[in-house]
Design a protein around this ligand. Structure first.
Ligand code: S3P
Length: 175
């Protein structure tokens, strides 16, 4: 199927990495791990609190450490990453080397729709979400594309359809 142990989900906030990752892991009988949840577990505080205390730079350093640690695991995992994980060159390298990288491609309108009620995303606090998510995508879209082994559109699609596309791409090719 692929010479890399893990499946890595990348994409912006509201692209469905957690929902898709959980279902995908279940189907593949693999462990699902979310890097944001692991950061919260290891620090004992939530992500907004880390941003408040240490700024985005502090959060990015913690994110780099956790991504390196999780992706070094020998047993295969489905790893959902935070929307900004691709910003660091080191993360892009490590994820591309150790995982089959799936980019959940999502329009800004759909991202906004999905994060509308979230209080958990410090980068969207007190700003216009459409404007901010558009800015973020300008910088990040090429970075997602750079390391993606597979890109799947998620707009207006149910989680199980997105999962089915990924499973289809992972099927061993018949020769
Ligand atoms: C971020 C996305 C969040 C989280 C943090 C920063 C980003 O994860 O890592 O709030 O920079 O886009 P999700 O993509 O899971 O919302």
């Amino acid at each position: 199927m692929r010479g890399k142990p893990h499946i890595v989900l990348i994409g912006p906030m509201g692209s469905g990495k957690t929902a898709v990752g959980k279902q995908l892991a279940k189907q593949l009988r693999m462990r699902f791990v979310d890097s944001d949840v692991e950061i919260e577990r290891s620090t004992g505080v939530d992500i907004p609190f880390i941003f408040e205390r240490e700024g985005e730079a502090g959060f990015r350093e913690r994110e780099r450490e956790i991504i390196d640690r999780l992706s070094a695991a020998e047993s295969p995992i489905v790893l959902a990453t935070g929307g900004g994980a691709v910003l660091r060159e080191e993360n892009r390298r490590v994820l591309a080397e150790r995982g089959f990288v799936v980019y959940l491609e999502t329009s800004v309108a759909q991202q906004v729709e999905r994060v509308r009620h979230s209080q958990h995303r410090p980068l969207l606090r007190g700003v216009d979400p459409t404007e901010r998510l558009t800015q973020l995508m300008q910088v990040r879209a090429p970075l997602y594309a750079e390391i993606a082994d597979l890109a799947v559109r998620t707009d207006g699609r149910k989680v199980h359809h997105v999962v089915a596309d990924i499973l289809h791409a992972l099927r061993p090719r018949e020769t």
